[in-house]
Design a protein around this ligand. Structure first.
Ligand code: PHE
Length: 459
């Protein structure tokens, strides 16, 4: 009896560690920065609804599948895919899922680190009192002056990369989970407080209508692809990160239950961030579609006009930076563990090599905001192109391959073995969504959204 109780307790605690670490990997800039500006650019509530549908019927089943792969393979994404395809009697070409994931992760990290650097810079700006009683104009000018200074951007990006290098090199998984457990409640409290504050000083009604009252005519074909891509991005799927975290999934716990908890928290944080940002945007007459600067212009204005706003603001951007760190770690981990295991390298050395690659790639993003500002490829800035290709193409492609492999190639008994705690109905529903909705769904969205775009590019 006593033993039974003990093992249950341990299981419970470990399952929280998994949920905390995974939530840390999923909640990040995607929720606090990207969700709002994408919703702003793509027509608000109709986009939010499309995004939520993509989360539930496509991204969540794929996320469970990726965790299952990790839990089965228990290695880096490339070796995991080699082993599970061997077990399934499938072609070793499925390893491409691992490769694609490592490459996509590094590419995402290259611009993710730049934006995280903005977060660091803003901690200093707020503490220095730059926004006291600021106008919206001043807030906008401050953001533009940061973007115009490549040397500053490089410094902040390097600091961010250095921090995640330390975390990944030391392999402090426990630390991440502990940090996430402390951070998450704080983040929730802070976002709720901010949403209440902005609803009082800002235009809450306009914000709520914009986020929750869909106008489907505002949803372009491309917006649907952006919603799908963001569902993958925000849940950190398709880069092998969930495989890495899945390797630590505790026994006797429901994977679908744990993943649902993570998805719920991730979604709540995005919506709360939207409710903190948009009331200010509307009361200031800012354009919701202003792009990546939305949070960095609206929030400092809000803090500047709040009592003790400097300190709250600095705390807010500290939380943004910490959330970005726990996600950055998840982006770096797959490629680093592959390099270390494949060539039997010392893990810190592998991490250093990967960070140098990412740092160099990141310069492209940095310059696209200033000295290469005028360069456009396919009508997009270099940063937008990188974001589009990774979030809207590479991650969903990785997701489709995972859905096809786990849905059609892995034996049912093997899957049942990993998901033996789930009820037969949930297991059936998950596999059905994976087979008949997730994979075909992504392909349909690709065709629907990319066809008109391709046509305009080709003529
Ligand atoms: N989900 C993270 C965020 O929302 C970004 C991320 C993507 C992290 C892919 C890991 C892998 O910020």
């Amino acid at each position: 009896m006593n033993n039974h109780y003990e093992s249950r307790r341990r299981g419970w605690r470990r399952s929280w560690s998994f949920v905390a670490a995974t939530t840390g990997a999923t909640i990040g800039l995607g929720n606090l920065w990207k969700f709002s500006y994408l919703a702003g650019e793509n027509g608000g509530a109709a986009f939010v609804l499309a995004y939520l549908i993509c989360i539930v019927v496509v991204a969540m089943p794929v996320m469970i599948a990726e965790v299952v792969l990790g839990s089965r393979g228990r290695s880096n994404p490339v070796s995991t895919m080699r082993d599970v395809s061997l077990e399934a009697g499938a072609s070793s070409a499925w390893q491409v899922i691992g490769w694609l994931g490592c490459i996509a992760g590094l590419l995402v990290l290259s611009y993710y680190s730049v934006i995280a650097g903005w977060g660091f810079a803003y901690i200093g700006k707020l503490l220095g009192g730059e926004f006291v009683a600021a106008s919206a104009q001043l807030s906008g000018d401050s953001f533009n002056s940061l973007l115009a200074a490549p040397e500053l951007l490089v410094q902040w990006q390097a600091l961010f990369l250095l921090i995640i290098l330390l975390v990944v090199a030391l392999g402090v998984r426990r630390g991440i989970s502990a940090a996430a457990r402390l951070l998450l409640p704080l983040l929730f409290i802070m976002l709720i407080a901010l949403a209440i504050y902005s609803s009082q000083v800002g235009d809450f009604k306009a914000a709520a209508e914009f986020l929750f009252k869909p106008d489907f005519s505002a949803l372009s074909q491309e917006a649907l692809l952006v919603a799908l891509g963001h569902a993958f991005f925000t849940l950190s799927i398709g880069v092998g990160a969930m495989m890495a975290y899945g390797a630590y999934v505790p026994d006797q716990r429901s994977i679908t239950g744990m993943v649902s908890t993570v998805v719920l928290m991730d979604t709540l944080v995005s919506i709360l961030a939207g409710l903190a940002i948009f009331p200010l945007v509307f009361s200031l007459n800012m354009a919701p579609a202003m792009g990546p600067g939305l949070m960095f212009v609206a929030m400092p204005y809000g803090f500047g006009n709040m009592i003790y706003g400097n300190y709250f603001g600095a705390l807010f951007f500290l939380m943004v930076s910490l959330a970005a760190i726990t996600s950055g770690v998840a982006l770096l981990e797959p490629a680093t563990s592959w390099l270390a295991q494949q060539f039997r390298w010392w893990r810190p050395a592998a991490a250093v090599v990967m960070i140098i690659v990412v740092w160099l790639l990141g310069l492209v993003t940095i310059f696209s905001f200033n000295i290469w500002q005028h360069i456009e490829v396919f009508g997009m800035s270099v940063f937008n192109l990188l974001d589009f290709v990774t979030a809207n193409l590479l991650l969903p492609i990785g997701g489709v391959l995972i859905a096809l492999f786990v849905g059609w190639k892995m034996r049912k008994e093997v899957l049942r073995d990993e998901l033996y705690v789930e009820s037969p109905q949930i297991f059936w529903l998950w596999r059905w969504l994976l087979r008949y909705i997730a994979a075909p769904g992504v392909l349909v969205v690709f065709l629907w959204s990319l066809y008109p775009w391709l046509k305009t590019q080709l003529v």
